[in-house]
Design a protein around this ligand. Structure first.
Ligand SMILES: *[C@@H]1O[C@H](CO)[C@@H](O)[C@H](O)[C@H]1NC(C)=O
Length: 258
């Protein structure tokens, strides 16, 4: 009787230990690499794209030095726009350990691929330029990827007013230099005089729009959400002036580095 009780308690302890170990592994795994495949835009030049589905416009061509990518599932209806991933190919004869850090600027999928990289980013996974030529010739390569923090040293988050906007009837903008590892899940536009706020809708990609925006100087508040569902409203230091103009960029005065 007491032997079976001892055995039972041993079993329980072991089960508990295994369970706790799994918890630790799960917790560490937001940093784990996921296996997939990547290809590249065959006719892309050395840059990013100014026509990507994220709506970044000309910013999309130069962001991150042109190390950008289209995502299929990771596009997440536009929520994935601006997210950064470390992508490394796995053929140790040609590929570097570090790979390349890319920013999602577009949506697209090839057969079995999670990423369609710019040619430049694809080449940056290689150890040497000869190795890059070999990788390019393969066209599709096995990769591993993981979400990483976006880093734009010396840049604040910037609000770029979309060219199609028209003061005072219609305001559309894109959030540039999204930093850190979290998603922007909501945006509020607040009057700075009496703090009436309007929740904006994501029109497509990373483009936020509002009809009849509030008047006066405006504060663009961004809700940053991490993978555990932790939400933080980021309030900009600088406002958008009342006479905001289509095509202009306004510095929010804040950086978000986690
Ligand atoms: C970022 O905003 C701060 C004010 O919060 C400002 O002092 C700084 O110059 C800005 N940095 C850049 C690169 O614009």
């Amino acid at each position: 009787m007491s032997l079976s009780a001892a055995l039972f308690s041993l079993l329980l302890t072991t089960t508990l230990l295994i369970f706790m170990q799994n918890l630790v592994i799960d917790a560490a795994c937001s940093d784990c690499f996921v296996s997939s495949q990547a290809t590249y835009y065959p006719n892309s030049d050395e840059h990013g794209t100014d026509v990507g589905a994220c709506g970044f416009g000309s910013f999309g061509a130069t962001i991150n030095g042109g190390d950008v990518s289209a995502a299929s599932n990771l596009y997440r209806d536009g929520l994935g726009c601006g997210a950064c991933y470390q992508v490394r190919c796995t053929n140790s004869a040609y590929c570097s350990d570090k790979g390349v850090t890319i920013v999602i600027t577009d949506q697209g999928s090839g057969p079995g691929t999670d990423f369609i990289l710019s040619k430049r980013a694809f080449s940056h996974m290689a150890q040497t330029s000869d190795a890059a030529a070999t990788l390019l010739a393969y066209g599709v390569v096995d990769i591993q990827y993981r979400r990483v923090s976006c880093s734009y040293p010396y840049k604040n988050i910037t609000i770029k007013i979309h060219e199609g906007s028209s003061n005072p009837n219609y305001l559309a903008f894109v959030i540039e230099y999204q930093q850190g590892k979290r998603d922007i899940t909501a945006v509020q536009l607040c009057e700075t005089q009496n703090f009436v706020c309007k929740l904006l809708s994501r029109s497509f990609g990373t483009v936020w729009t509002v009809n009849s925006p509030p008047s006066g100087p405006l504060s663009v508040r961004m809700l940053f959400s991490d993978e555990d569902g932790e939400d933080t409203w980021v309030v900009p230091v600088n406002n958008i002036p009342a006479d905001w103009k289509a095509g202009e960029s306004y510095d929010s005065g804040v950086q978000v580095n986690q």
